[in-house]
Design a binder for this molecule. Structure first.
Ligand code: B12
Ligand code: SF4
Length: 483
């Protein structure tokens, strides 16, 4: 009797299930190449968004994470033992996220949608969810869950109502490290001070650059070293040195940890020798630079006004002189681009001795200036969100056909990673083991993909042939081809 009284007075414990929906393969994770590059891991990156969500649930909520990218079968909705489901989604995952959300709601389970896509399209997301959290979970999810438990949830929670909530430390104990190639992505900052018109970050999170407590970053690295024996880290930021003064403090603080790290940042770091030295000394081995295009005028028209492409080579060489390898990220399909500009971009990347580079098809992600522009101009070809992956042409290009743009992208990958290009860029001595391994994996992956599909490898020279259209169609697999 006493026992039942005690139990009945126990406050209810609530249960949240967080789900990372299956991610369609994208430019970075080209089909077939991913398995070769992940060294048999099931997924590339641990879902940092959900480990952070898990870290901020109120104390009366238990939480679990299901990552569909690591399970053999698609996740099946079940209402047993769960009070609410939180689903995080980038645009490319939205179709699957909505399927899962609908399935849970049909079972009577409350659904919370969050992440970049629902933040950009809250009205659309509300067709599939009870609650939409816009922006950072730190400033939204605890409020949503408290209100849900109290029986009075609102439909939309906006991070802008709590903009100063600190960036949380993720709960990695809910995932299996063996599933991921990068198990310890670490976020040091959030947002970006710049305003490129194609970029989701300023569109959704504004241009306010948010800095994480340096002690928390150091602590997270210590724990990862001790618990998982990690010594190489990815800082999962948009722009790790977006605030150079703060970045200097961070690099000083992590230098004694004796780690190696890589991240993304803007090219403005090249103007600051002290910063470059501090980066190198703190273990920076590589940086992804969002270069987008080496063509004069294109950057300004894309809102990338803080730099001019004609100083790119000098700035790149300067950063490389500190022993930091560079990976260039380029975009194909701006209104100023034809296929020759795409080819010039590859030649530029080769001249700049970039160790890796990525050629993404311009994608009008919802919320961006480019999305609104193409929508207004009637140039959006699809809003099937799983096609918003950087390898599908989702809008009508100005100076190329859709097929020409797709072909230019694949020719760029093929020519950049081909052996003569790799030898020229990477050289043999000093031997850059990791860059060579990555280049060879991509090169082999591409050859494997094209031979398995029975298609000829793509070249820019195809554009100059009298039967260019037929060659492009064969290489894209639109018509059968036999050697
Ligand atoms: C590291 C990174 C990668 C890594 C790992 C991605 C991954 N799956 O984890 C790699 C290199 C693999 C990658 C690949 C791609 N990426 Co990427 N990537 C990033 C980057 C730089 C950091 C991601 C991250 O860890 N963020 C940290 C987490 C904590 O932030 P978050 O996801 O926004 O989560 C917070 C909130 O959104 C919210 N939230 C998120 N989920 C949920 C769920 C609930 C329930 C709630 C309440 C809240 C909530 O709370 C979180 C904590 O505050 C972001 C930039 C960015 N600002 O996020 C781009 C970014 C996510 N990538 C982007 C893109 C386009 C891609 C690619 C399509 C590129 C390409 N063309 O190939 C591929 C897609 C790969 C795939 N299929 O998954 C875009 C997404 C645009 C969009 N609208 O979807 C971004 C925003 C870059 C940009 N500036 O445009 N990427
Ligand atoms: S600099 Fe990079 S992260 Fe910043 S707004 Fe431009 S594209 Fe986005």
């Amino acid at each position: 009797m006493i026992e039942s009284l005690v139990t009945s007075k126990q406050p209810k414990r609530w249960k949240l299930r967080l789900i990372n929906p299956h991610s369609p393969l994208s430019t970075i994770t080209l089909p077939g190449i991913i398995q070769k590059m992940t060294f048999s891991r099931k997924a590339l990156f641990a879902p940092l968004n959900l480990t952070i969500c898990a870290a901020v649930v109120p104390p009366n909520w238990d939480v679990e994470i299901i990552d569909e990218n690591t399970t053999d079968e698609p996740h099946e909705a079940t209402a047993e033992g769960v009070d609410a489901v939180g689903i995080g989604t980038m645009t490319g995952q939205a179709v699957r996220a909505y399927e899962l959300a609908d399935a849970y709601r049909a079972l009577g389970v409350k659904v919370i949608l969050g992440g970049i896509h629902p933040s950009a399209m809250p009205d659309e997301a509300l067709l599939h969810a009870d609650i939409v959290c816009k922006g950072d979970a730190e400033g939204t999810l605890p409020h949503a869950l408290n209100d849900l438990a109290a029986g009075c949830p609102e439909q939309i929670y906006d991070w802008k109502d709590h903009p100063d909530t600190p960036i949380a430390t993720p709960r990695k104990d809910l995932l299996d490290p063996k599933d991921y190639l990068v198990f310890n992505p670490i976020q040091t900052t959030r947002g970006c001070p710049h305003g490129c018109t194609f970029c989701t970050t300023p569109a959704i999170f504004g241009r306010r650059f948010r800095l994480r407590a340096i002690d928390d970053i150091v602590e997270e690295i210590h724990t990862a070293k001790e618990d998982f024996n990690s010594s190489v880290f990815i800082f999962s930021d948009d722009n790790v040195a977006g605030n150079q003064k703060w970045a200097m403090e961070l690099f000083e603080a992590i230098r004694p940890l004796n780690i190696r790290w890589a991240s993304q940042c803007d090219i403005l770091i090249a103007r600051n020798d002290k910063l470059l030295a501090a980066m190198r000394d703190s273990g920076c081995i590589g940086l992804i630079l969002g270069l987008e295009s080496p063509k004069a005028g294109t950057l300004a028209s894309a809102g990338k006004k803080f730099i001019s492409a004609d100083v790119y080579i000098d700035r790149i060489k300067k950063i490389q002189s500190y022993g930091i390898s560079l990976w260039g990220s380029f975009i194909f399909g701006f209104d100023t681009d034809d296929w020759r500009d795409c080819m010039d971009t590859v030649r530029f990347a080769q001249r700049a001795d970039l160790c890796m580079s990525c050629y993404i098809i311009l994608t009008p992600y919802p919320g961006t200036v480019v999305f609104e522009q193409y929508k207004a101009e009637g140039r959006l070809l699809t809003t099937e969100w799983d096609r918003y992956n950087g390898s599908t042409v989702c809008f009508r290009p100005e100076r190329m056909s859709v097929d020409e743009l797709r072909h230019a992208q694949m020719a760029a990958f093929h020519e950049f990673y081909a052996m003569p290009s790799a030898i020229k860029r990477l050289r043999v001595l000093p031997f850059k083991k990791h860059s060579w391994m990555a280049n060879l994996a991509i090169q082999r992956g591409l050859s494997y993909y094209y031979s398995k599909k029975g298609r000829p490898l793509p070249h820019f020279s195809d554009f100059l042939e009298p039967d260019a259209a037929a060659r492009i169609a064969r290489s894209l697999g639109e018509v059968p081809w036999k050697k």
